[in-house]
Unconditional design. Sequence first.
Length: 89
Amino acid sequence: MAKIRRSKQYRRSFEKLPQKIKVKAKQRVALFLRDRNDPLLADHPLTGRMQGLRSFSVTGDYRIVYRIEENDEIVFLFLDIGTHAQVYR
């Protein structure tokens, strides 16, 4: 089973979120672990200066940016969470 690690930036950003978004984010992370291809997530690779990273949707405007690390097992490193404007700055 894949594991999730959370960066310091992700943890800081998560703590600043409204409670309603925190709840939604936890639900979407659970869905992400069950099925990364679920259309609700709109998971996609990023381009430009963020090439090599991926993103999925928490709500219409909130996103989680992450990177896939593969060694002996697959690890999803969550790098940031926030609005579209915050995470793609």
